[in-house]
Write a new protein. Structure first.
Length: 566
């Protein structure tokens, strides 16, 4: 048309492409912004959910207190790393470690740091073994050690030694080569399952000790939650008195730990708080029967009801209770429900090497079903070395220890374990009664909670409990010091049954001695500053005052290093 102008095709196409390009860029920017928003809201939702769970589980005040404690711990950790402070702390830790080495590594001892050029004769070896066995030590044989050694009857020790000798080279990883070990292991598991009233489809495995049994149960619960519910951020709820093996499991298996207090005067886990802490990531609830520090049984019945209602596995740690708990009822002692007869209980750990009197290195992890046990298995089908399957951590295992365990169970039998329960638990009750009724002990010591099994824990009213522990050590006793709150306990064994009266007599004498020391310090005006601290008082007294336990961790590492110093 006249007077009209037409845009060249090339220019029009160019503008169209430009518009499309701008639209595409805008769309890409929009998509990026959308992705950013999605990521932001995902993390916001995630942290909001976590905060809601914490607020629900701990309450407002509890959450604030927990945040304060964490902040204080972190700040003190920074302080310990400050220039000047860190070097001083290192020097003190090094000095403490050196003193520890002096105690553990005796001077003048012959050291064997490389292989002998010629093998020793049998006579020389036997002589050296006798010398090593008789090195100066706390006399557990005479009942002066709390726990640690759970049997000292010579006849059973000889039988165990014979069993060990017959199966020294046996390895359960080769059941076709050592069929006798396979049979004994299966029978040990079956006998312990029967003791804890497992259903007909119950299952179990033997392990190297209570720690491994607990680790396996935690691993099984974690794997079950991952496979069946897709849980990738697992959490475990446990009493703060539960065995440290559960904390080890949390560290090893990346499970978040939710600790629940066990308040006085009962020192049982607060089951209401347990219920509040359960959330979508909870994979396991834990109860002790009894716990190690105070010998107190948690309310397993209440935990079972919570576990059933929320469909969460419940593990009962019966490592310390082992072969005492199943016999309490027949022995005429009080015993609340604790085993597989409670439908919420899905796994139990039991140490056969404690009150089952088996050689050290024996424990059993029990499961309500074989499916639960299978979650702890390790299987590889495509390894160049062939198909590999192991029931737990270990590959090769000492069949000789299994033989020793089977021999112990068959030798002692139900009647023997019932008799041992009567003596051990009866002695624990006598010690608790003596503390409560003695004019000297009752005015200073207080039994913690209501101990039903073999452990009696107590605190001090006015004296320093760690000074009492150190003075008992000077008298030849090896008892257990506790913290949070400061306390000590006696774990009764068969050797202690014979000397419990001397133990409580010495405890009375120590109380009188410490009272006199306190009177002298008050008269002379020294107070606490005039007190020379022993090992327990120095370690636990100082540790209890530190908001950050980094120094104690360094000391513990130094102790572990010392164990391997030849």
């Amino acid at each position: 048309m006249p007077g009209s102008s037409r845009m060249p095709v090339s220019l029009r196409d160019g503008l169209t492409n430009m518009k499309n390009s701008r639209a595409g860029s805008s769309l890409r920017l929009l998509n990026i912004e959308l992705l950013k928003n999605i990521i932001f809201f995902y993390f916001l939702l995630r942290w909001t959910r976590r905060f809601f769970w914490k607020l629900k589980g701990r309450g407002l005040i509890g959450t604030i207190v927990e945040l304060y404690i964490d902040a204080r711990r972190t700040a003190y950790g920074w302080f310990l790393q400050a220039p000047g402070v860190r070097s001083k702390v290192k020097a003190q830790v090094a000095d403490a470690t050196a003193k520890l080495q002096t105690k553990l590594i005796k001077s003048g001892e012959r050291r064997f740091l490389s292989l002998p050029k010629q093998g020793w004769s049998d006579e020389d070896l036997r002589a050296e073994l006798d010398r090593l066995a008789n090195m100066d030590h706390t006399r557990w044989e005479d009942g002066f050690v709390s726990g640690a050694v759970y049997h000292g009857e010579d006849s059973l020790l000889k039988l165990q030694t014979e069993a060990y000798g017959k199966f020294t080279v046996a390895n359960p990883i080769h059941p076709d080569v050592f069929p006798g070990v396979r049979k004994m292991e299966a029978e040990v598991v079956a006998m312990v399952l029967s003791l804890f009233h497992a259903p007909s489809h119950g299952a179990g495995v033997t392990t190297s000790g209570g720690t491994e049994s607990i680790l396996m149960a935690c691993l099984s619960a974690r794997q079950k939650a991952y496979v069946e519910r897709g849980i990738t951020e697992p959490e475990m709820i446990l009493p703060d008195t539960a065995h440290t093996a559960f904390r080890k499991a949390c560290q090893y298996f990346k499970i978040k730990m939710q600790l629940v207090p066990c308040p006085a005067p009962l020192y049982q886990v607060d089951t209401r708080r347990v219920a509040r802490l359960i959330n979508a990531n909870t994979v396991l609830i834990v109860g002790s029967a009894p716990n190690f520090p105070h010998g107190i049984m948690d309310d397993i019945s209440a935990l079972s009801k919570i576990a059933l209602r929320r469909k969460i596995p419940l593990h009962v740690d019966c490592c310390l209770g082992s072969f005492l708990m199943p016999f309490l009822d027949k022995a005429g002692f009080e015993v609340p429900p604790f085993d597989f007869r409670l439908r919420g209980v899905t796994s139990i750990s039991c140490d056969t090497h404690k009150y089952g009197f088996a050689p050290k290195g024996n424990s059993v992890a029990l499961y309500r079903t074989a499916e639960l046990r299978a979650y702890q298995y390790f299987v590889v089908a495509d390894w160049a070395g062939g198909v590999y399957a192991a029931p737990g951590f270990a590959g090769s295992r000492p069949g000789a220890l299994i033989a020793g365990c089977w021999t112990s169970l068959m030798s002692v039998g139900e009647e023997g374990y019932l008799n041992a329960c009567v003596q051990i638990v009866g002695t624990a009750k006598k010690i608790a009664d003596r503390i409560r009724e003695s004019p000297v002990l009752s005015t200073e010591l207080e039994v913690m909670g209501n101990p039903l099994v073999s452990v009696v824990a107590f605190t001090a009213q006015n004296l320093n409990i760690y000074d009492i522990a150190d003075e008992m050590t000077h008298r030849g006793w090896h008892l257990n010091s506790l913290q949070d709150p400061p306390a000590m306990h006696v774990a009764v064994t068969m050797p202690i049954v014979k000397v419990w009266e001397k133990l409580t007599d010495d405890l009375e004498a120590v109380i009188e001695t410490e009272r006199e020391k306190e009177r002298v310090r008050v008269v002379e005006g020294h107070g606490a500053k005039g007190r020379a601290m022993g090992d327990s008082a120095a370690l636990y007294g100082v540790a209890g005052s530190l908001p950050n336990k980094g120094v104690v961790v360094d000391l513990a590492r130094g102790f572990l290093d010392t164990l391997y110093k030849a």
